[in-house]
Design a protein around this ligand. Sequence first.
Ligand code: SAM
Ligand code: SF4
Ligand code: F3S
Length: 471
Amino acid sequence: MEELMIGKIHDESRQGEAFSSDKTTGQNYNKYFYIESYGCAMNFADSEVVASILHDQKIGSTVHLEKADFILINTCSIREKAEERIRKRLTEFRQMKRENPSLIIGILGCMAERLKANLLEEEKLVDIVVGPDAYRSLPQLLEEAETGQKGVNVLLSRDETYGDISPIRLNSNGINAFVSITRGCNNMCSFCVVPFTRGRERSRSSISIVAECEALFNEGYREVTLLGQNVDSYNWNNEETNENVTFAKLLEKVALISPLLRVRFSTSHPKDITDEVLFTIVKYENVCNYIHLPVQSGSTRLLDLMNRTYTREWYINKVNRIKELIPDCGISTDLIAGFCTETEDDHQDSLSLMEYCKYDLAYMYFYSERPGTLAARKYADDIPLETKKRRLQELVALHRIHSLESMKRDVGKTFKVLIEGPSKKNEDEFYGRNDQNKVVVFPKLNFKKGEYAMVKIHDCTAGTLLGKAIV
Ligand code: SAM
Ligand code: SF4
Ligand code: F3S
């Protein structure tokens, strides 16, 4: 479970995978909640904020559905399929609610925000609907729901960052943790529902971010991933000292906590990532050489329709600059196949861009129209489903070749690996990740979880590097 949760959190979240969560704190709880999280890492981080808010009210978390007084589903709206999946999951709770009418079911997150009170109408078993900025009202809404009063709070905020809340880590391996640094998004990419479900962008105080990372380090965590829809636009003013903290400065502050604490971040926006950020990656060994830089399309015409505000050439220049300053940097991306008006030539542009960048990792989707977005209002969703799927298949097939080449290039190299836990397949082996975020498996010897090992790679599979630790 841990390996799945940590090793694949990024792509799992993008496939809309769900994880239920438990935290045994030894406390006496009055009630229990069960939470399932879907969508991106930010949603998973939010579930940990929710756990903290409920924990303060003596409501503990459980992985056992049958033990739960409250079932909470932290939802995603990014594609139609993500919402369909959650509706299907709700049907599975119907029987439980029939057998136990006092069971409270709550929908949280982006689908709650998008559909608001309509969800109560459409899904009769749902008792409360709570948007991403309204989690502080959860205890009250749950209490009212217990008296039979259904409730909705989907107010978006301009300043809520939950910066004062110490998240309770769910499903944690005790080594890696997510730390939110911004909420919301101001970018308005024409295909994307996030600005509507998460509201305006706001940056959390750097003081609270550094304090959370320090506390994690002191508890034994060895890797933090700083999260935001666009981390490069992080900007926070310390009014007491008059210091303006940019993302590069924040990275530096977190890197300085300890050389033993690895720092990752996601997501970078090609229009905003600065040389200052790249220089900070170069300067600090513990800031990982890995950048997730979603391109979305290789066609400048489509990038314009998508309102991404950069061109193919701009993107290629960014990739060149990253490779110039950080030659061994791992680069990953997101790509959409079959966006409105996409021609075969546009699609070829995406393939040729992939050929140029040779991504280590890519998350690829076919376009799914989202109600209310700029694209849904302005452009026809005019690419037939079979064409979208065929183009997606072509992107996926090309990426497979590149990612295998990337794995094979690492055979013979030696990497510093942070040990995250025992390998799922062989208990005599550890698994961990290198700087570039690749999973490495190697015999345990006398190493311990949370330590770093220098591992020489002798072989690879499509997704894993196999090696031996140098002692
Ligand atoms: N903030 C990040 C960025 O700017 O790249 C990504 C955020 S979004 C949660 C993750 C990915 O979902 C996007 O990069 C995009 O590739 C994909 N996505 C978003 N809306 C989509 C849609 N309507 N249809 C298909 N894929 C979509
Ligand atoms: Fe969506 Fe664009 Fe914001 Fe990313 S930057 S969350 S794709 S609007
Ligand atoms: Fe999904 Fe919301 Fe994240 S729509 S991808 S959970 S910000």
